[in-house]
Design a protein around this ligand. Structure first.
Ligand code: C2E
Ligand code: CA
Ligand code: CA
Length: 765
């Protein structure tokens, strides 16, 4: 750009000195020599040519366009030199001369340049292009009206070639000026300096040429006057345009508001032309009338297009704001509604928002299919709509979630409306010949000043969540009760993201023989390190995942990783299984059994390579789905462990009927062993009774040698805890296993194995 600016500076300096000399000539009768007459204009022309050329060569963007501009100016400069050197001294100048051709050539070259700029910016926006055409033709018709009748006035005695050549100039200029204006208008660039300079430059060219024609016709033209200067000014404007960087995007909306004026204003020009010619105020040429008619045709086309755009826009607006299933307004429409009404002195006046969530919809949808689900939603929408008091509105947010906006409604009234809606929902729905019962939970919040719409909806959502968990039907948002829900909400979102991006990993903790301390299996424990929160313990995020419905995805991710690790351990010959924890919702997940089998099959793993841990409290419901799941696991041959044993109030006798192989005594017992003698009694009798029932026992959370000694003495089979190893990443686990004596090595004497170095490990694989 600096080079371009330098060339521009030369152009301006030459132009200014030329103007000063013109003034001097007129006031002080300064005699112009060849340098002034030819040299300075050539500096301006070549400088401008160089500016555009440098712009094309050195600056990104519009390169081809500026190259054409530069070529146009170069052609013009060449024509001038030729004129001065060859034709000027001669008497018989041919029409057209080579100079004429070179001068005229500038117009098409520049038009190509303008067209290139237009094309790269406009793409195929018909309406914008039409705007430009309307304006360009309007201006052209006005120019034609003013210029042509006189130029064509009396041509008697002038050779045809001369007439044609002379006429070619204003015609070509007209084309050039209207092209520049067309482009400027089409690009809505009338406020951009670069386009103003460019269009101004080409319009100035037209003015200069026309002026020249008038001067010649009047016989008053002479070289070195202001007319010559006007050409140079035009050239300088174009040069200056090249020194302005390619424009950035501007405020579209502001410009759009002005845009409708374009057809109106430019429509006035051709109308004026037609009226003038109809009234015979000026003798209008055919060209002027033709251009005016063409311009009006373009206005008509532009108007038709505008109407089409408006219709399409309003259709799209309606569609984009309606829920296609129920015909209710959608989330976006609701946002607009709330934003319009949402700011006011207090929510009693400004109204309330509520969110309604159906309670058992997912079950129905899964069991009876989407068609039934959709029909049910339609009926629910109808019924709820009937319960919304007068100025209120209901929208479907998606899924089985609806929102209601009650303007100018106090809290008690909103609560009454909520109760009425719940009552309406409690009546059964008849769908596809089946009577269906659905219940709903409603959360209510107020629209307070400064409360953004998103926040209001989130508040209603939290209140709804509270209503759902407490089974109270509806709840009003309460800061003191729901504020910690904000953090939960944010964490759920972060977890959702981590799941999407596969950012959850596993740590593995060995479960070892209480006597030999050799690993018998490893437990897979999920790990999440959030970029903002750092390490988040599973006890914190797993309940959230369960509530937010993320557990299916989380479990599948864990299973993939755990089974991959099981495969590695299997292939390396370690001969130890990986046990995976399942959660409450996993036991209800009908697809899980099949997926477990598929995962084994895909890796060609024996069922003994994996185990499953289920918390004791979940086993109580053994007649329900959990029972089915346990039986399916037994059929698959996957061993089951009862996790956290001792915390879930189940009895030993009861466990006897279940297909479990191992009890894991909860670590709260282990940690109390030394402090509380009664715990010792409980643990010892638990171990004893488990053995009588044919179950083995793992003690969790063993942290000290003393605990280990005690447990071993009581006959505990297996132990797990920080004493042996913390949960570690897979690579560390392998190192740890190798240090123990390597894959499938025979157990060494107890106590010794842990001291064996890596040197004794055999190669995996
Ligand atoms: P859990 O199944 O009882 O897992 C054992 C927990 O005890 C792990 O905590 C482990 O790091 C910790 N632990 C092991 N040895 C010791 C010790 O010597 N002292 C102490 N104080 N703690 C010890 P973690 O990893 O925080 O996991 C917590 C719970 O999260 C697990 O309890 C399990 O119920 C659940 N969980 C972990 N991973 C998964 C998973 O992938 N899926 C599901 N559904 N639940 C998981
Ligand atoms: Ca466990
Ligand atoms: Ca446990």
């Amino acid at each position: 750009m600096r080079a371009v600016r330098l060339a521009c500076a030369v152009v301006i300096a030459a132009l200014l000195s030329y103007c000063v000399l013109v003034v001097l000539t007129q006031t002080h009768h300064f005699t112009q020599n060849t340098f002034v007459l030819v040299g300075i204009p050539q500096i301006v022309l070549l400088g401008a040519c160089a500016a555009c050329g440098l712009r094309a060569r050195l600056v990104e963007g519009d390169r081809a366009a500026w190259a054409f501009m530069s070529a146009g100016l170069g052609s013009y400069a060449l024509g001038s030199v030729l004129w001065q050197v060859v034709y000027e001294p001669r008497q018989d100048v041919p029409y057209p001369s080579l100079s004429d051709l070179l001068w005229l050539l500038m117009a098409p070259l520049s038009v190509v340049g303008i067209w290139l700029m237009l094309r790269s910016r406009l793409g195929n926006r018909a309406s914008a292009l039409l705007n430009g055409v309307v304006s360009g033709l309007g201006v052209a018709s006005a120019c034609a009206l003013l210029v042509f009748p006189r130029v064509m006035g009396d041509n008697d005695g002038i050779p045809v070639g001369a007439v044609v050549t002379n006429l070619a100039y204003p015609l070509v200029d007209l084309g050039l000026a209207s092209a520049a204006i067309t482009a400027m208008v089409a690009l809505r660039a009338w406020h951009r300096p670069a386009w103003l300079l460019l269009a101004g430059g080409y319009v100035a060219f037209t003015v200069a040429d026309t002026w020249y024609l008038f001067l010649v016709l009047a016989g008053t033209f002479h070289h070195g006057g202001w007319n010559d200067a006007s050409y140079l000014i035009a050239v300088a404007l174009i040069a200056l345009a090249s020194a302005i960087p390619t424009e950035q995007a501007t405020n579209e909306k502001q410009i759009r508001n002005l845009e409708f004026l374009i057809p109106v204003v430019s429509g006035l020009l051709p109308i004026g032309v037609l009226i003038t010619s109809a009234l015979h105020l000026v003798q209008a040429s055919l060209l002027a009338v033709g251009l005016a008619v063409a311009s009006l045709a373009a206005v008509a086309a532009r108007t038709a297009l505008a109407i089409r755009e408006v219709v399409a826009l309003s259709d799209a607006r309606v569609l984009s704001r309606t829920d296609s299933l129920t015909g209710l307004p959608n989330r976006r429409a609701l946002y607009d509604l709330l934003e319009r009404d949402g700011v006011g002195p207090d929510w009693e006046v400004r109204g309330a928002v509520m969110i309604i969530d159906l309670d058992r919809f997912k079950e129905i949808n899964d069991a009876l299919g989407h068609q039934v689900g959709d029909e049910l939603l339609r009926q629910v929408a109808d019924r709820l709509s009937g319960q919304v008091p007068a100025p209120g509105a209901i929208a479907r947010l998606g899924g089985d979630e609806f929102a209601v906006h009650l303007p100018a409604t106090p809290r008690e009234e909103a609560a009454r409306a909520a109760a009425a809606m719940l009552a309406a929902l409690s009546e059964p729905f008849l769908v596809a010949g089946t009577l269906l019962h659905v219940a709903g939970s409603i959360g209510i919040t107020g629209l307070r000043p400064g409360n953004r719409v998103g926040r209001a909806l989130a508040e209603a959502d939290m209140a709804m969540y509270r209503a759902k968990t407490a089974r109270t039907g509806f709840e009003v948002y309460d800061d003191s009760q729901d504020s910690s829900a904000w953090d939960r909400l944010a964490m759920v979102e972060a977890l959702r993201l981590a799941l999407d991006r596969n950012q959850l990993t596993l740590a593995f903790q060995p479960i070892v023989d209480a006597r030999t301390r050799r690993a018998r299996s490893v437990e897979a424990l999920v790990r999440w390190t959030d970029p903002e929160r750092g390490f988040v313990p599973p006890d914190t995020f797993l309940p959230l995942a369960e509530h937010a419905g993320l557990m299916p995805a989380l479990t599948r991710r864990v299973l993939d990783l755990a089974f991959d690790e099981a495969l590695r351990l299997h292939q390396f010959g370690y001969g130890i299984a990986v046990s995976v924890n399942l959660s409450a919702s996993d036991l209800l997940d009908r697809r899980l059994e099949q997926e477990l089998a598929q995962r084994l099959h895909a890796r060609e793993l024996p069922a003994s390579a994996v185990k499953i841990e289920i918390t004791e409290s979940l086993l109580v419901d053994r007649n329900g789905r959990a029972g089915d799941f346990l039986m399916a696991m037994r059929e698959l041959g996957i061993e089951l462990l009862v996790d956290d044993f001792g915390t879930g109030y189940s009895s030993m006798a009861y466990l006897h009927d279940l297909p479990v192989s191992t009890l894991k005594i909860d670590r709260s017992f282990t940690s109390r062993l030394s402090a509380d003698p009664r715990t010792g009694v409980i643990v010892a009798s638990t171990i004893d009774m488990a053995h009588r029932l044919g179950l083995s026992v793992v003690a969790e959370g063993v942290e000290t040698e003393a605990e280990l000694d005690w447990l071993r003495a009581e006959g505990c089979d297996l132990i797990q805890g920080y004493l042996i190893s913390r949960p570690v990443p897979a690579a560390e686990l392998h190192a740890w296993l190798d240090a123990q004596g390597g894959p499938a090595a025979e157990a060494g004497p107890p106590g010794l194995s842990a001291q064996r170095g890596r040197s004794s490990t055999s190669q995996p694989g």
